[in-house]
Design a protein around this ligand. Structure first.
Ligand SMILES: Nc1ncnc2c1ncn2[C@@H]1O[C@H](COP(=O)(O)OP(=O)(O)O)[C@@H](O)[C@H]1O
Ligand SMILES: [Mg+2]
Length: 281
C-alpha cells in the first residue's frame, strides 16, 4: 500500500522528547445489572508533543472508553476504572480529585466529539460558550475573553466571527458547529487534544476541511493529538503513529506507514483489506 502524502521524514522531524500523555495498562469495565463489559483490557500507548497518534479499530473495540478515561468522562456508574494509570506531567489522572481534574479538563487536555451538540449548549450563544472556557480557566475579564473568543472563531476558519459569535448552535451548519467545538476545545491552548471521530457525522468535503484544520492547528500549536477514527484513509493522511484496537486490547502499534505497509497482526490486515481507498492506492 502506498499513500500520496509525503513521508513522515519529509513532512516533519520525529516527535522528540518524552511522552506528554501516557496510558499504561488501562482496564475499564462497565458493570451492568446482569453482566460486566470488559471494554478496555490492559491498553497502553503514549503521545508526544507535536505528534498525531491515531487510534483505530471497529465499532465497540474500546476506543471511546479509552479516550473518555483520560478525563474520567465515562458515565460512572456503570463505568469502573479497574486498573492501570494515565500519566500526564508526572501525575496519574485516575487518582486526581474531581477538583484537580477539573483544572486539567479543557485547559491542558481537551476533547472534541463526533456530535458538537454533546458539548455545545443549545440555549447559549456560541461566542459566549467559547469565552466561558477562558473565563473558567484563566479568570480573564469579560472583554478580554470576548476578544480571545472572536480570535479563536477566526482561527478555526469561521467567516464573519462577529456575526457568528452572537448566534445559537442551531443557526450554524454541521461543519460550522464542529469548528465552534474545536474553537471551544482549543481556546485555552491545551497541550493534548483528543478527537473522537470528529468528522464521522459530516459530508465528505466538510470532513476533509475539518481534518485539514485539525492538522494545521496541531502543527501551529505543537499539540499532541489523539485522533480516534475508523477511517484508515484519514489515518494514512494525518497520523504519525497508529494504535490498532480490537476487543478492548491494543493488537498493534507503530509508525503509520510501517504498520500500513507491513501489518504484523491479522486483525490489522483485515481492517486494511476492508478499506478500498487504501487497497486501491
Ligand atoms: N456507558 C456505557 N455503558 C455500558 N457499556 C458501554 C458504555 N460505553 C461503552 N460501552 C461498551 O464498551 C465497549 C467499548 O465501547 P466503545 O469504547 O464505545 O467502542 P468504540 O469507541 O471503539 O466504538 C462496547 O462493548 C460498548 O458497548
Ligand atoms: Mg467510539
Amino acid at each position: 500500500m502506498t499513500t500520496n502524502r509525503p513521508t513522515a521524514e519529509q513532512s516533519r522531524p520525529p516527535a522528540a522528547g518524552t511522552p506528554l500523555l501516557e496510558i499504561k495498562n488501562l482496564s475499564v469495565d462497565f458493570r451492568l445489572e446482569t453482566s460486566v463489559v470488559h471494554a478496555v483490557r490492559g491498553v497502553s500507548f503514549d503521545v508526544r508533543a507535536g505528534e498525531t497518534l491515531a487510534v483505530v479499530g471497529e465499532s465497540g473495540s474500546g476506543k471511546s472508553a479509552t479516550a473518555l478515561s483520560v478525563l474520567r468522562l465515562n458515565p460512572s456508574p456503570p463505568c469502573m476504572y479497574t486498573g492501570g494509570e494515565i500519566r500526564f506531567e508526572g501525575r496519574d489522572l485516575l487518582k486526581l480529585s474531581e477538583k484537580e481534574l477539573g483544572r486539567i479538563r479543557g485547559r491542558d487536555i481537551a476533547m472534541v466529539f463526533q456530535d458538537p451538540m454533546t458539548c455545545l449548549d443549545p440555549l447559549q450563544r456560541v461566542g459566549a460558550q467559547v469565552a466561558e472556557v477562558l473565563r473558567h480557566h484563566t479568570g480573564m475579564s469579560r472583554a478580554a475573553a470576548k476578544e480571545a473568543a472572536l480570535a479563536a472563531l477566526d482561527e478555526v476558519g469561521i467567516p464573519d466571527p462577529a456575526l457568528r459569535y452572537r448566534q445559537y448552535p442551531h443557526e450554524l451548519s454541521g461543519g460550522l458547529r464542529q469548528r465552534v467545538m474545536i474553537a471551544t476545545a482549543l481556546v485555552a491552548r491545551p497541550r493534548v487534544l483528543i478527537a473522537d471521530e470528529p468528522t464521522t457525522a459530516l459530508d465528505v468535503t466538510v470532513q476533509r476541511q475539518i481534518l485539514d484544520l485539525l492538522v494545521t492547528l496541531q502543527r501551529k500549536h505543537d499539540m499532541a493529538v489523539v485522533l480516534i477514527t475508523h477511517d484508515l484513509a484519514v489515518v494514512a493522511e494525518t497520523a504519525d503513529r497508529v494504535v490498532v484496537m480490537n476487543q478492548g486490547r491494543v493488537v498493534e502499534t507503530g509508525d503509520v506507514l510501517d504498520v500500513f505497509d507491513r501489518p504484523a497482526d491479522d486483525y490489522t490486515r483485515k481492517l486494511l483489506a476492508a478499506t478500498p481507498r487504501l487497497e486501491a492506492a
